[in-house]
Write a protein that binds this ligand. Structure first.
Ligand code: MG
Length: 378
């Protein structure tokens, strides 16, 4: 098996892609998502598209598209371009040693390297990673709704479309009644909540009430880099806590397990610095019987392809945020677009080498607002 990688060129492109539904964040409402794509070219001629999943604002984690682009251009490209690696793991190790933090910047290039390795071995990425599933179960994330009746309608609709679990975003004072409504509509065993770090231990009563509902799990209720308060809260609850923002890599997952900060892990390859780290977390969780699922970062069909490949590994026992293209985009930039079956599964591409979807490069070219090509010999 030849997994040698020698990247000669990285092309960065930025564009605005139109969302199917407006996106509400603490910074306002948006109708588009700004996207940073990486196109890597290997010395042997393989071309690999990947996506940097950072947002424009630092409302999820500190990294932004702007900071990620700076780190890729100034630090990651000079380290990796023109250098030979025996395996994507070695590229990961070099980046981890030399670039602290900035996981989404590192992941964009590291994932492209995995894609190159898959193409060189004529393997679908999922199989190179060790994935065995043919299709992955899919869940949906539903934002805070204007009314309980609208929430009930959205939840029932999602269930009817086939989604295998409903994730409800909650915020202080917009939590117990929405959660109860969703549980009544589709059954508590199908409902999880995502609090996106909006609470503190002062609100422990709220969680004790939510705990009586029998939910699948509650995601990241405490601070974005917290483990200790989560551990305090988890000791008081029967409902499993799932961590997202706090888990920057395997070391933090180990700490979570040691401290009892949560019982479920969401893996997002961008958040943890790429696929090598994602695999290490997956293996640790399998060994420690911690259920794992794949989170989403409002990726285009390119980023989604990597998530689907990762979610085909055996430890991903819970439905992931792997919605089909039409859920997020007026029109995706891949061909074919991602589809979901009536019973909520997305097929794992198993025919072509690499990520299994083609990039609509004419459309990407038209959408590109700016482009920068970095080469090995500058
Ligand atoms: Mg989350």
């Amino acid at each position: 098996m030849d997994s040698t990688i020698e990247l000669q060129q990285l092309t960065l492109r930025e564009m605005e892609l139109e969302l199917a539904d407006p996106l509400r964040t603490s910074y306002g409402v948006r109708n588009t998502r700004r996207v940073l794509l990486v196109e890597a070219r290997d010395a042997a001629g393989a071309t690999a598209w990947a996506e940097c999943v950072a947002f424009e604002d630092p409302g999820y984690l500190p990294e932004t598209i702007h900071s990620a682009r700076h780190v890729i251009t100034r630090f990651i490209a000079p380290l990796v371009l023109g250098r030979r690696f025996d395996h994507p793991r070695d590229l990961h190790r070099l980046l981890e040693t030399n670039v602290r933090g900035n996981p989404m910047a590192r992941a964009a290039v590291e994932m492209a390297a995995w894609n190159v390795a898959a193409q060189k071995n004529s393997l679908p990425l999922a199989r190179l990673l060790g994935g065995r599933r043919e299709a992955v179960p899919t869940g949906i994330a539903i934002g805070i709704q204007p009314s309980l009746s609208r929430l009930r309608e959205r939840t029932e609709q999602a269930r009817a479309e086939g989604y295998r679990r409903i994730k409800l975003k909650i915020a202080p004072k917009n939590d117990i009644e929405p959660a109860r409504t969703a549980c009544e509509a589709v059954g508590a065993e199908n409902v999880m909540l995502d609090a996106n770090c909006a609470y503190s231990l002062n609100e422990i009563d709220t969680f004790e009430t939510l705990d009586t509902l029998g939910l699948m799990m509650i995601e990241q209720p405490m601070g974005w880099d917290d483990l200790a308060d989560h551990a305090t809260l988890q000791r008081r609850l029967k409902t499993p806590i799932c961590l997202d923002e706090s888990l920057s890599g395997l070391a933090r997952v180990r700490d979570m397990a040691a401290l009892g900060s949560g019982r479920v892990v969401s893996i997002k390859p961008g958040r943890v610095g790429g696929l090598t780290e994602s695999l290490a977390i997956h293996d640790f969780c399998v060994d420690h019987r911690i259920p794992v699922w794949c989170g989403g970062m409002l990726e285009t069909g390119i980023g989604r392809a990597y998530n689907v490949a990762l979610a085909s590994l055996p430890g991903f026992t819970l439905p992931g945020d792997l919605s089909p293209s039409r859920r997020y985009w007026k029109r995706d930039i891949v061909d074919p677009e991602w589809e979901m079956t009536d019973d909520g599964f997305v097929s794992v591409p198993d025919e072509q080498p690499g990520i299994g979807v083609s990039v609509d490069s004419d459309r990407v070219e038209r959408l590109t607002e700016n482009r920068e090509t970095l080469t090995a010999f500058e």
